[in-house]
Design a protein around this ligand. Structure first.
Ligand SMILES: Nc1ncnc2c1ncn2[C@@H]1O[C@H](COP(=O)(O)OP(=O)(O)OP(=O)(O)O)[C@@H](O)[C@H]1O
Ligand SMILES: [Mg+2]
Length: 304
């Protein structure tokens, strides 16, 4: 019999999962999985639980929560020689990663996707010993993702980011950076940089339009030095993916990226604080096998 481990964060965004847990367990059992569940108790607990599930050779690990929980689960799996397949039930606040994979937010529908059994191997990133599935980056504005309190995100959604973003605008200033990507070296005064694996970032769905989940490459987006008005204009353009032609933007793809800055710069990993730069980013190609909806796979295969 196949074995599944459900790892759920009881504190993520919508706290409705616990009520549905018996139904979900039942559905996995009926589908032929011997299934157990673990409620996370604190930060880092999902990483431990996922590592144990890999060591015990579970067939399937289901991450239930937001991007923070999925990131922790992936960090538990990534260094293991045997890695269970990954199912996702998005019950977080923003759910960027689930959105990028077209995984439905409805719990029953998300279970349907896992039990339908269609999966793909996706790339993940590693920087300074931490793994990420969505995005990493640096620059004052990227601190938004963890500066905005969870409660406010739940109440206001995207609006919470805008409010906090506007508050931070006056403090944005460039720093001198040395960036190397696959053998090319540049030096620039930059506002921020993003190393992305998916095209869905903090609600900007066209920020890195060429990002593919399994090509072994990151999309690297760099915003050069600019004044406030230019910054606001580019942010507006980015909403509809019209920012890439601007001369203050560098947009390229690479497998290996390193970034070093003159001023202290925090590293953001999948929306959480990830220590300080410098950073060395490496793409681990097709490293995790994740269940996705059939229509997403069709779109994906159509493009590649
Ligand atoms: N029992 C717990 N009590 C407090 N925090 C927890 C507990 N279990 C897990 N956590 C932490 O909660 C953090 C936030 O969870 P998660 O990212 O899943 O939800 P979210 O922030 O609401 O969603 P999103 O990231 O999609 O906006 C995780 O980084 C995790 O470390
Ligand atoms: Mg989170």
């Amino acid at each position: 019999m196949k074995r599944a481990r459900i790892i759920y964060n009881p504190t993520s965004g919508r706290e409705a999962f616990k009520r549905e847990l018996p139904t979900v367990l039942e559905r996995f059992e009926v589908a032929g999985y011997e299934t157990s569940a673990h409620a996370t108790t604190c930060e880092g607990d999902a990483t431990r639980a996922a590592r144990v599930a890999a060591e015990r050779h579970f067939d399937l690990v289901v991450a239930v929560g937001g991007d923070g929980t999925i990131n922790e689960v992936i960090n538990g799996l990534a260094e293991q020689a045997y890695r269970p397949k990954l199912g996702i039930i998005p019950t977080g606040t923003t759910n960027d990663f689930a959105r990028a994979l077209w995984i439905p937010r409805n719990i029953e529908r998300a279970v349907d996707v896992i039990l339908a059994g269609q999966s793909m191997l996706i790339d993940i990133g590693r920087v300074n010993g931490h793994h990420f599935m969505n995005i990493a980056g640096g620059g004052k504005l990227t601190e938004l993702t963890y500066e905005v309190p969870s409660k406010l995100k739940t109440m206001l959604g995207q609006l919470a980011y805008y409010m906090k973003g506007i508050e931070m605008l006056p403090s944005l200033k460039p720093t001198h950076a040395r960036i190397e990507y696959d053998g090319t070296a540049i030096e620039e005064d930059i506002m921020l940089f993003l190393v992305s694996n998916t095209n869905s970032v903090a609600g900007f769905e066209k920020l890195a339009p060429n990002a593919k989940l399994d090509d072994g490459l990151f999309d690297l987006l760099i915003l050069k030095k600019m004044n406030l008005a230019e910054f606001v204009r580019i942010a507006t353009l980015a909403q509809r993916g019209a920012h890439l032609d601007d001369k203050r933007i560098i947009y390229t793809q690479a497998k290996h990226i390193s970034v070093e800055t003159d001023d202290k710069m925090q590293l953001n990993i999948d929306g959480e604080f990830g220590g300080m730069l410098p950073g060395e980013f490496l793409n681990l190609q097709q490293h995790i096998e994740v269940f996705t909806p059939e229509n997403f796979l069709e779109k994906h295969h159509g493009e590649s």
